[in-house]
Design a protein around this ligand. Structure first.
Ligand SMILES: CC(C)(COP(=O)(O)OP(=O)(O)OC[C@H]1O[C@@H](n2cnc3c(N)ncnc32)[C@H](O)[C@@H]1OP(=O)(O)O)[C@@H](O)C(=O)NCCC(=O)NCCS
Length: 511
């Protein structure tokens, strides 16, 4: 039941509706959906709706490989779609959409199509309490395919093998722009002009120095942590306290952005300082004249890096800034949704990224190459591993069903810089893809970002315990863009779980 004033479907629906005829081709209907930026077309016979063709149908159609310009809409539409009346209560429309899993439902008055109402339209009526009891909308394990937010930061298109930051291909950005330009794009919504670039670089320069109180505790943190990720996670938490980060809920955008800038700028410095301290060396201050990748390598050794190597590492970092609603980005948004401070959300992101199923794989992918040793051993090693039920690190992805564009790009980077392991890695990649296609048919498993990341980082002189931290060094920018977006238009993220324990209430035994 709606808790606020009653709203009807007629008030919320969109009209006029984008329609198609059954004899049109799938290609024509798809082009119209694309032009008009809608997720479905209602198929009409005169005024009467006789079917609906949705994006989901198009995805299923694309998977068949058939010719869209030779196939009629009538062959792929859902016949006689459910409809609602314009007088229907919005709460009841929500129930109908939710229980059937529809994203759109045509609105019909007296047999004629008058509008279309989407899940999003009904959800916008903020006070709607689902008529279905909370918890009755089942999400698949791992929330696969569930849309949980609107974002304009970027997205991943798994079937096409494409991902983007705002309106640009992420791979094109990594090819043509500096990391700082892309960072600006994610924070400000557009690429910088010359003046904006200079101001932004000044801002980064100021924030990349570790504040004194954090520097003081860093040697103890570095020595008492199991690895660099762990130490940096704790250091970021301390940074938030030392710099007085306050709950995002209590801040305006300018201050949230300042906190986010500082977290992003200082993390590379924290990573390298921690790494050096753990090796018994003094941290090296950031180099004021160097860009992102070159400064990163400078802080590792104190030597000016080769320009190609610095560019390669920066390109890797640029490709990993953001990637849809991955586990760490989602974690950072969930934490922000409670109104917590930017450091809390970044710490959550680091925690999620540290797991081997997410960011913890690149060193393991390189370990795999070492364990295989020679190309001749690859097949038998991999078959044994998969038959034992092991996962091949650096392969498979939740969203990509084809080549991961990051792995394709990084393979090119590795070839360009003449990475010593690249030829062997390419042979192993081919063998893994073949073995997985044989032993895990239909799963579409290909190399992911982690496979060539290790090869590139290794060639650039980064030791293996810096692989996952280096992933974090740039992913923090994506987390922060998402944190700022979440905080700007927030509702606490609070789903439900199905209780499967012993039935309550049981009498509580006396102690
Ligand atoms: C990335 C990953 C976590 C995605 O997981 P997911 O979307 O939940 O996929 P699932 O775990 O449901 O896997 C689907 C099937 O493919 C198999 N599979 C997935 N990745 C595999 C891999 N790398 N090696 C072997 N089998 C794999 C699973 O065993 C499963 O097979 P099943 O149907 O017989 O049970 C998963 O592919 C993986 O563990 N990869 C290795 C770790 C890695 O490279 N992580 C970095 C990610 S960028």
């Amino acid at each position: 039941m709606p808790a606020g004033p009653r709203r009807t479907v007629g008030e919320l629906m969109s009209a006029p509706v984008v329609t198609a005829t059954p004899s049109e081709t799938v290609a024509e209907a798809a082009a119209r959906m694309n032009d008009r930026r809608v997720g479905s077309v209602v198929v009409v016979d005169g005024q009467r709706p006789i079917g609906i063709l949705t994006e989901r149908d198009l995805v299923r159609f694309a998977a068949t490989g058939a010719d869209a310009s030779g196939t009629k809409v009538s062959e792929w539409m859902t016949d006689d779609p459910d409809t609602v009346a314009p007088t229907l209560d919005a709460g009841e429309a929500f129930a109908s959409l939710a229980s059937h899993g529809y994203r759109h439902i045509p609105v019909v008055d007296d047999g004629a199509l008058v509008g279309i109402v989407s899940m999003r339209d009904v959800m916008r009526v903020a006070q709607i309490q689902p008529v279905v009891a909370p918890g009755t909308i089942e999400a698949p394990p791992g929330l696969e395919g569930v849309i949980v937010a609107d974002t304009s930061v970027g997205d991943v298109r798994g079937t096409e093998g494409f991902y983007h930051y705002r309106q640009y291909s992420a791979v094109d950005l990594a090819d043509k722009r500096t990391l700082e330009d892309v960072w600006f794009l994610l924070f400000e919504g557009a690429l910088p002009d010359e003046v904006q670039r200079v101001t932004f670089m000044d801002e980064i320069r100021q924030y990349r120095v570790i504040p004194e109180p954090v520097l003081e505790v860093l040697p103890r943190l570095a020595a008492s942590s199991a690895n660099v990720m762990e130490a940096v996670r704790t250091a970021v938490s301390f940074l938030g306290a030392a710099e007085g980060f306050r709950p995002t809920l209590d801040l305006d955008h300018a201050e949230r952005r300042r906190n986010a800038m500082q977290a992003c700028a200082v993390i590379p410095t924290l990573i390298m300082a921690t790494h050096r301290l753990r090796a018994g060396d003094e941290p090296i201050l950031p180099h004021p004249d160097l860009g992102y990748g070159a400064n990163y390598l400078w802080m590792l050794t104190g030597e000016l890096p080769d320009a190609d190597v610095a560019r390669a590492i920066e390109q890797y970092q640029t490709t990993t800034i953001d990637h849809g609603f991955n586990a760490s980005t989602f974690a950072a948004r969930v934490i922000t949704s409670s109104g917590a401070d930017v450091a809390a959300a970044v710490v959550g992101g680091i925690g999620a990224l540290s797991g081997p199923l997410h960011g913890g794989a690149p060193s393991r992918a390189l370990d795999l190459l070492d364990a295989i040793g020679t190309p001749e051993r690859a097949r038998s090693y991999l078959v044994d591993a998969v038959e034992r039920g092991e996962r091949i690190m650096g392969f498979g992805h939740r969203v990509y069903r084809t080549d991961d564009p990051r792995s394709v790009f990084l393979r090119g980077v590795a070839e360009r810089i003449g990475a010593s392991k690249v030829e062997f890695a390419k042979q192993v990649e081919r063998t893994v893809v073949d073995v997985l296609a044989e032993l895990k048919p239909g799963r579409n498993l290909y190399a992911n970002v982690e496979f060539y990341a290790g090869v590139v980082m290794d060639h650039c002189g980064l030791p293996r315990d810096l692989f996952t931290p280096t992933f974090a060094s740039s992913r923090v920018i994506g987390w922060c863009a998402n944190i700022l977006e979440q905080a700007a238009d927030n509702r606490i993220i609070r789903p439900s779980a199905r209780y499967i324990g012993a039935p309550p209430p049981q009498p509580v035994p006396d102690a």
